[in-house]
Design a protein. Structure first.
Length: 178
């Protein structure tokens, strides 16, 4: 049996939910989808506005390393992030771009999916849902974890009624993009 393994980088600036997204995806895989997952993050000392990223590795087998060396998926939420992760993109990498914030990117570098994620989040009532919309798209498109596992992890991370409602809308918006 061939191992299924996926390396993901979620990048942007502090305050966009890059670290939260990594935690959610890792929890969805390991707690609710019977997979192994490792997540590491890097961010500046400032709380918001500087480069931040999460590396998430999901596998059917034990994950022995903590960094996405050959990312299968890269999410770019901010223009500040693209130059820092550009060198990690291969022709097979799925690159998801927030077109409201990322203007200068290689349209022929990787398999690019560009969506107005900030605009979509604003329409559902929370700019903080940009990352959840993106996760909905990524999970729906790649099936790296089950949709139900993603929903459980998000509900666990954001248990409030208002947050839950917005995040469920965000997942559905992401799934509509497929």
């Amino acid at each position: 049996m061939m191992e299924k393994r996926c390396e993901i980088i979620i990048s942007g600036v502090g305050g966009q939910g890059n670290v939260s997204s990594g935690i959610i995806l890792g929890e969805a895989a390991s707690s609710y989808d019977n997979k192994f997952a490792v997540m590491t993050c890097a961010y500046g000392t400032e709380a918001r506005g500087t480069f931040a990223k999460s590396d998430i590795l999901i596998s059917d087998n034990f994950v022995a390393y903590y960094e996405a060396l050959y990312p299968d998926i890269i999410l770019v939420l901010s223009n500040k992030a693209y130059p820092k992760i550009k060198s990690r993109i291969t022709e097979k990498t799925m690159v998801v771009i927030n077109s409201n914030e990322v203007i200068d990117y290689g349209r022929d570098l990787g398999q690019v999916y560009s969506f107005p994620l900030s605009e979509m989040a604003f329409k559902i009532g929370s700019l903080q849902a940009v990352n959840i919309i993106a996760l909905g798209f990524i999970v729906g498109k790649t099936k790296i974890v089950k949709k139900e596992a993603l929903i459980k992890a998000i509900k666990n991370r954001y248990p409030g009624k208002k947050e839950a409602a917005v995040n469920m809308k965000a997942i559905e918006e992401g799934l509509k993009l497929i």
